[in-house]
Ligand binder design. Sequence first.
Ligand code: TMP
Length: 207
Amino acid sequence: MEKGVFITFEGIDGCGKTTMQGLCGQLLESRGKRVLLTKEPGDSDFGRSFRQMLLHTQMGEMNDATEVLLYAADRARHVDKVIRPALAQGMVVLCDRYLDSTIAYQGGGRGVEMDLLWRINDFATGGLSPDLTFYLRLDVEQMASRLSAGKDRLEKEAPRFFARVARAYEDLAARFPHRFVTVDANRPPEEVFSQIERKITEFFSWS
Ligand code: TMP
């Protein structure tokens, strides 16, 4: 069975990962790759309800266990029904957020024990790790100007929450240098994408 490639996009809210995911998809398709664009939370058959539960501000306070387990349940379904089947068909899967978001937001941001998060998520994903992760590093001060007025439940957190999230991403990048590629997301989008394009070209050994 042909094995696909699993690429994730990570960073604090407003870092531009969704735009970069789209551009990356166009680049790969122009080179003849079959591409699947997907996202967490929410991109599985019942994922839309998860997304509603997780991000809707009307939900009010949610304790850490509820939040961690909802993200993990969404991920388990997403891996099982969307990501693994696409990889099995040899597709390039471009995923906007994945497990590293849980480590950064619930671990770094909320302070949930990291080992517990790894164990729960290992169970949820069956150990599926990305081949490549683009971490779009954005200064927390830049974030406010990039977010729209209708902020979701997570986006309403204070800047110091996002500073902790950003620190956790830095730790992940240092711990997993074989798959993490850190990109300066404070730059204009064309420059951000050219950093990504260089890495993709190298990864697929294109000349
Ligand atoms: P989005 O804005 O990229 O669609 O992501 C939705 C929010 O969910 C974002 O604020 C990050 C948060 N999130 C977590 O806190 N943990 C997770 O595991 C995931 C996937 C997202």
